[in-house]
Ligand binder design. Structure first.
Ligand code: UDP
Length: 324
């Protein structure tokens, strides 16, 4: 029986991943500060430890006592806009506190480390779909903090032999039957659009309609959280340390997402134009052949309609998120 520590397992992607691992026979301990996660998002079959990665002694002792073969690290702040206003929060938490988890992994003789990285490490790419060989030149502190952690991983691998996989997600979206997206405040496009359909908001704001894209709005590659979860499990056994893009290879504009949500929900979803959001690259689409070829990753959700439909189903069942 493999024992896995999931840091950030009460968050959006972490909670889906914990459920996925438990369904496949892993034992899971969730370590989460609940700063942005929810206690109700932790699968009841997992052991829960409330703790902050800034508490170095605590994480070293939890990992030291747990006999974990793997660690998955989702515990981070993830808002591009916020990182442009408060960069220190991103560097101290996403990099500084994360280093405590790396030291804990080394001291606890953990074999493999799977890290939630991001396409935001590429900045404004020169090629789209983006291959892993694209230069990494972030245009916001969020992406920079994740890139710095990727670099730290490389050194922990060289110096201590810690095996790792850095998974560079594109836009995580969708829900499992039990777990979905509940950020406070919510800033992500799909849940905000669906909150309009639910009657919780009057309209969705489109942040910029003068980008150099097919309809002037930003293009993103939306990937289902269950497909991310599958990649995390496979990455535990990655044949060699390295990094992998996780995207569908297809991009949708903000307007196309709103149209698809109209189709899924049957609601008119009023939209209004607003100023660009600082730090947003025009187009992010991922080329994920490496994850398919090396990890044997087989994503199941290929179109945005199914992804949005799964998010809509969860939201209708949880109109007040985890407080429902
Ligand atoms: N977006 C938007 N209106 C909103 C929220 C987001 O137009 O109310 C846009 C945002 O500018 C970006 C895309 O939707 O181009 C996806 O944003 P999100 O915050 O969901 O994810 P990100 O790409 O920042 O990780």
């Amino acid at each position: 029986m493999e024992n896995i520590l999931v840091a950030g397992g009460a968050g959006y992607i972490g909670s889906a991943c914990v459920e996925y691992l438990l369904d496949r026979g892993f034992e899971v301990v969730v370590f989460d500060s609940l700063a942005t996660g929810h206690r109700a998002a932790v699968d009841k079959r997992a052991e829960f430890v409330e703790g902050d990665l800034n508490d170095r002694e605590k994480i070293i002792s939890v990992v030291g006592e747990g006999n974990f073969s793997g660690i998955m690290h989702f515990a981070a702040y993830s808002l591009v806009g916020e990182s442009m206003e408060n960069p220190g929060k991103y560097f101290s938490n996403n990099l500084g506190a994360g280093i405590n988890l790396l030291d804990a992994a080394v001291e606890g003789n953990v074999e493999s480390f799977v890290f939630s990285s991001t396409c935001a490490t590429y900045g404004d790419p020169t090629q789209v779909p983006i291959p892993e060989t694209e230069k990494q030149d972030p245009i916001n502190p969020y992406g920079e903090s994740k890139l710095m952690f990727e670099r730290a991983l490389k050194w922990y691998n060289r110096i201590f032999g810690l095996k790792y996989a850095a998974l560079r997600y594109f836009n995580a979206a969708g829900a499992t039957g039990a777990f979905g997206e509940d950020h406070r405040p919510e800033t992500h496009l799909i849940p905000l659009v669906l909150q309009v359909a639910l009657g919780k908001r009057d309209a969705i704001k489109i942040f910029g309609d003068d980008y150099p894209t097919r309809d002037g709005t930003c293009v993103r590659d939306y990937i289902h959280i269950l497909d991310l979860a599958q990649a995390h499990m496979l990455a535990l056994e990655a044949p060699e340390s390295g990094h992998y893009n996780l995207g569908t290879g297809n991009g949708l504009t903000v307007k196309e997402i709103i149209d698809t949500a109209r189709e899924v929900t049957g609601h008119a979803i009023p939209a209004e134009n607003a100023a660009r959001r600082p730090g947003d690259p025009p187009e992010l689409i991922g080329q994920s052949e490496r994850a398919k070829n090396v990890l044997g990753w087989k994503p199941e959700f290929e179109n945005a309609k199914d992804i949005i439909a799964s998010a809509w189903e969860w939201m209708r069942e949880h109109p007040d998120g985890y407080e429902s």
